[in-house]
Design a protein around this ligand. Structure first.
Ligand code: SF4
Length: 210
């Protein structure tokens, strides 16, 4: 790893040492449901939806036997709620039938579940068991480009590049970079003057020189 990338990694780890997901969940069942709902949807929106969803369906068995229309009604303020409702029930049925009602905390089994792609699986592993995996969402994708630590064209390729680059502490870096992208290196009007990486950022240097 180049010195610059080492410094970036260290600063993220120092700044976001105890970073946590903003999704609210109590166990692996609630975690996978939250992460599935959060695709193309704000965490804050998911946190508004899940209390009543989990009150009605407190575990994987109840979700596996859920009424589809009822799930749709409970999550209808979430983007793509129709497909998400179908996938939530399919995912739950599969966990009950094939995994003894326990969410499988490994990549291969997770990605076989309905509605669980590579990114969702890696977020579940990162948040659920602190696995050394990188999941790239819209924030990490943008930050990586701005800091020139990845030129990948897709989030999945970006995840592979960041994994190769940083190698360790990937779960902490994931959580930290998400928060950094959400509150500092925002899509619109990034807070460059108060950014702890601005001395390493070409975008900031260009802004100052323009
Ligand atoms: S200086 Fe600005 S653009 Fe560069 S990483 Fe920081 S917030 Fe993002």
């Amino acid at each position: 790893m180049l010195k610059r990338e080492l410094i970036i990694k260290k600063r993220f780890l120092d700044k976001y040492n105890n970073a946590k997901s903003e999704l609210i969940f109590k166990n692996h069942y609630e975690l996978i449901v939250c992460v599935m709902l959060s695709a193309q949807c704000l965490d804050s929106r998911v946190n508004l939806i899940t209390p009543s969803l989990f009150a009605n369906y407190p575990d994987i068995n109840s979700l596996a036997n859920a009424n589809l229309m009822n799930i749709k009604e409970l999550i209808k303020s979430c983007n793509f709620y129709q497909n998400k409702a179908i996938n939530l029930i399919k995912m739950a049925k599969s966990v009950v039938e094939n995994h003894n009602s326990i969410i499988p905390m490994n990549f291969n089994d997770l990605t076989k579940l309905a509605g669980v792609g590579e990114k969702t699986a890696n977020v579940v592993l990162c948040e659920g068991i602190g696995a050394n995996v990188m999941a790239v969402d819209t924030h990490i994708f943008r930050v990586s480009k701005r800091l020139k630590i990845s030129n990948a064209k897709t989030p999945n390729d970006c995840a592979k590049e960041l994994t190769k680059l940083f190698k360790t502490d990937l779960d902490k870096l994931h959580k930290g970079i998400v928060l950094f992208g959400r509150y500092i290196c925002k899509a619109k009007k990034p807070d460059c003057n108060n950014c702890f990486l601005n001395d390493l950022c070409d975008e900031f240097k260009q802004q100052k020189n323009s």
